[in-house]
Design a binder for this molecule. Sequence first.
Ligand SMILES: Nc1ncnc2c1ncn2[C@@H]1O[C@H](COP(=O)(O)OP(=O)(O)OP(=O)(O)O)[C@@H](O)[C@H]1O
Length: 255
Amino acid sequence: MSAPLLEVEGLSMRFGGLLAVDSVGFALQPREVFAIIGPNGAGKTTVFNCISGFYPPSAGRIVLAGRSIAGMGSHNVARRGVVRTFQNVRLFKSMTALENLLVAQHRQLRSTFVAGLFNTAGYRRAEQAAVDNAMQWLDFMGLRAYANRAAGNLPYGHQRRLEIARCMITRPQVLMLDEPAAGLNPQEKKDLQLLIDRLRREHGVAVLLIEHDMGLVMGVSERILVMEYGKPIATGTPAAIRNDERVIKAYLGEA
Ligand SMILES: Nc1ncnc2c1ncn2[C@@H]1O[C@H](COP(=O)(O)OP(=O)(O)OP(=O)(O)O)[C@@H](O)[C@H]1O
């Protein structure tokens, strides 16, 4: 097995008297799809918030490609190549789909900002490259026809794909998806499964997934971590997790 891309060890997060995450650990391999499941309130999103830099963990290590990213802040974590979506779609709703993907590239464009003041050829080239890149991602997501529509007016499933494109356009190493199937119809869920697989194979990204839809989780994940009351109770392949007594009792049995 290759060296892990992302290592989480002894991760804990306390909110006052509540230990929302209690000694969680796992290692994400390059190009792996790794799911975190568990009942409502198990602490899954809190794990995401710690890894993506929104919360400084109370304890534990979070290491990306050998370097600690714990407590670094969300912008710095994103800059290192760990990006995420949220349970509720967060797009600039009045901007067009294309503009949302241009904004996401602002960091690359900003480096040529001074050139932009003088409207140099270099700046125009960078701007054109950003538009081309955005259009390629709209194509990849089947959204080209919606390039000039306000993001907030797109059907919900399209908004979810646009949000994933907005993450991918920054060329991340780790893509974190928080309940990406929520609100999608059965066909859109199947498409999402194919999409996640393509992102990993064609764009080399590793995917961390929080999801309640067991069909998607079992179909797309290589390994699964199960949490209950903040604690990790099992990690394994979909087949192993499906047959784990504790998991069935804690989670799958509820369905
Ligand atoms: N900022 C916060 N302040 C206080 N308590 C919090 C905070 N964020 C989460 N919690 C609590 O931590 C626990 C874990 O919440 P979390 O959202 O991580 O669970 P989850 O597994 O993602 O649940 P769901 O599947 O419903 O999204 C819950 O009891 C929640 O109320």
